[in-house]
Design a protein around this ligand. Structure first.
Ligand SMILES: [Zn+2]
Ligand SMILES: [Zn+2]
Length: 235
């Protein structure tokens, strides 16, 4: 359940980044699950506190990372509650703990977890309740860092983006709101094209143009590149 136009139906290229900046923030993004949702493990290298973003699959890989780096998962955060982004949340929670965080606007999708499984022909899995409702401007602690919550509705009512700043580097995890040269689809329940465009223009394009953008599927980009070249939403 990803992009509109150019992105739809295209095979998502897999961005895989392992990077440390200033030796303090570990970031690993990998495609996960049947719809290749970009899942990310973020960790503070000093404290080993970790956050998992959108665990749509690859629970073994997540477990290997947790073991390898001796991480403590503090939160499992979601850009939205489409099944490809929440499919393995319960597994991660049961294996590693951490607060399940979501924006309340997507509760109807989270409540419809098994219905979404049926629509996509996916095996039913367990669902754990949400522990924390995230709102615009909230911060989720990540050891010596924090992840800022930006409410960016449009793809779904509860779509949120996450910004993390690590020294000179800014990374934005935007879910299915913005893609490289594309934007999220709005034809699914709760979608709103006008709102999506407003979210991108007013809440993403206004941020640091040097920010690396990690979308919910497919390759990464930067805000500056999208400001210049995104054909769907112009600044
Ligand atoms: Zn998606
Ligand atoms: Zn989606």
């Amino acid at each position: 359940m990803c992009g509109a136009g150019a992105n739809r139906g295209k095979r998502c290229r897999a961005p895989r980044t392992v990077a440390r900046s200033g030796g303090v923030l570990l970031v690993e993004t990998f495609p996960a699950g049947p719809l290749l949702c970009n899942c990310t493990v973020l960790a503070c290298a000093d404290t080993k506190d970790a956050i998992v973003i959108d665990p749509g699959g690859e629970t073994r890989r997540i477990a290997e990372m947790v073991l390898h780096y001796d991480l403590k998962v503090r939160a499992i955060i979601h850009t939205h509650a489409h099944i490809d982004h929440v499919y393995c949340t319960d597994d991660v929670k049961r294996q590693h703990g951490g607060e399940i965080c979501l924006h309340r606007g997507d509760l109807f999708l989270y409540d419809g977890f098994h219905q979404q499984c049926a629509v996509f022909g996916l095996a039913r899995r367990g669902v754990s309740p949400v522990d924390r409702w995230l709102e615009h401007g909230d911060r989720v602690a990540l050891g010596k860092h924090a992840v800022e919550v930006i409410h960016t509705p449009g793809h779904t009512p509860g779509s949120i983006s996450f910004e993390v700043v690590d020294g000179a580097r800014t990374i934005l995890f935007v879910g299915d709101t913005l893609f490289r040269r594309s934007v999220g689809r709005t034809d699914l329940p709760g979608g709103d094209t006008g709102m999506l465009h407003r979210s991108i223009r007013e809440r993403l394009y206004t941020r640091n143009p040097g920010a690396v953008v990690v979308p919910g599927h497919g390759p990464s980009t930067t805000l500056g590149e999208e400001l210049k070249g995104n054909p769907y939403v112009r600044p």
